[in-house]
Design a protein around this ligand. Structure first.
Ligand code: AVI
Length: 324
């Protein structure tokens, strides 16, 4: 099963349809057209994201995995044993065993908006770690989540790998960090900790290649949102008239993905007409990159005190441990 990058909003199928339509219609009416990145992750998009994580150019997954494999002893020393590990947006939980193996947790709580991902993750983890209590919670982690009573009294460690925090603009990222603090009970009981993956600023050429690979998988991932509009919202978007663009925005320290109209065109979505000029773009994703200092600043703005930061051998990616 494919891993997802970012959680959907907390809605049933009809609600998802309505929210998707509302986001697309609002986004396309703006002077600078934009569609929120969370709509990438339907079945097709989730599989494409999984394929991206295996591309030569897409270093973040390999770099983060290297850190998680190499630093087990240090995690054990700083985090200690006996914590309940709460994973935010657990998806298929591929990186989780690397952490659980070294810190001897008392319980594991995967949080995800998709019940299907959760059941698979829980079953997989339970098989790998017999005796570890696993309590999946189906929820939108962007808001405060009530944790199962079984883990209430345990000290907590939040786990948020993948640099998904980078897909949020700073004000949303800060809101999320504060919600995590509340979910982990920062103002009650033992001080929670957070282990979070944050991708690093580097050569623009390396970043642009990671988001515009030679095989065109990322282009397909980006274009899939238009295909999804046609599939689910009765759209008539001419996919072949758009091209994938990934550019480094130095002022905001982020890679931006856009879909650029190759010619002047018109289309409909849910019966509403839209027009675009040649060269005009739809902004589909931000992937913010951090420096050691900007990562610390963001964590502090979100109510977390950074304790330790690890980088992979090529210093492309960081994993930060913080306490509330
Ligand atoms: C899920 N997220 C951290 C990915 C990223 O790197 O920003 C999503 C992605 N977009 C294009 N490639 C990967």
């Amino acid at each position: 099963k494919a891993n997802r990058g970012i959680a959907l909003v907390d809605l049933d199928e009809d609600g998802v349809d309505r929210a998707f339509r509302a986001d697309v219609l609002t986004g396309l009416r703006q002077q600078k057209k934009a569609i929120p990145a969370r709509w990438f992750y339907d079945e097709e998009g989730s599989q494409l994201f999984e394929a991206i994580t295996e591309l030569d150019e897409y270093y973040p997954t390999r770099a983060e995995t290297e850190i998680l494999r190499a630093r087990g002893n240090e995690f054990a020393e700083l985090i200690g044993s006996g914590r309940a590990v709460i994973e935010f947006g657990s998806g298929s939980s591929v990186k989780t065993p690397l952490l659980l193996e070294c810190i001897a947790p008392a319980a594991y709580v995967p949080l995800d908006i998709s019940g299907e991902f959760l059941r698979e993750a829980a079953a997989g983890l339970a098989a790998k770690f017999p005796g570890l209590p696993v309590h999946p919670v189906e929820a939108d982690f962007m808001r405060r989540v009530a944790l199962p009573a079984e883990v209430e009294a345990l000290p907590k460690l939040g786990f948020f790998p993948g640099s998904t925090i980078g897909n949020m603009v700073p004000r949303t990222a800060v809101d999320l960090l504060r919600s995590m603090r509340a979910t982990l009970g920062a103002d009650e009981g033992e001080c929670p900790m957070l282990l979070i993956g944050m991708d690093l600023v580097k050569e623009p050429a390396v970043l642009e290649a990671a988001y515009d690979d030679a095989q065109g998988v990322t282009a397909q991932f980006n274009l899939n949102v238009l295909a999804r509009i046609n599939r689910e919202l009765g759209g008539t978007v001419p996919l072949d008239a758009f091209e994938h663009v990934a550019i480094w925005n130095d002022d905001f320290a982020r890679i931006e993905m856009h879909l650029r109209a190759k010619r002047k065109l018109t289309f409909e979505v849910s019966g509403r007409p839209f027009a675009m000029d040649a060269g005009e773009t739809i902004h589909t994703e931000n992937s913010h990159k951090f420096t050691h200092r900007s990562a610390n600043l963001l964590l502090q703005a979100g109510g977390w005190t950074p304790l330790q930061c690890w980088k992979d051998s090529e210093e492309r990616f960081s994993v930060v441990l913080a306490r509330a």
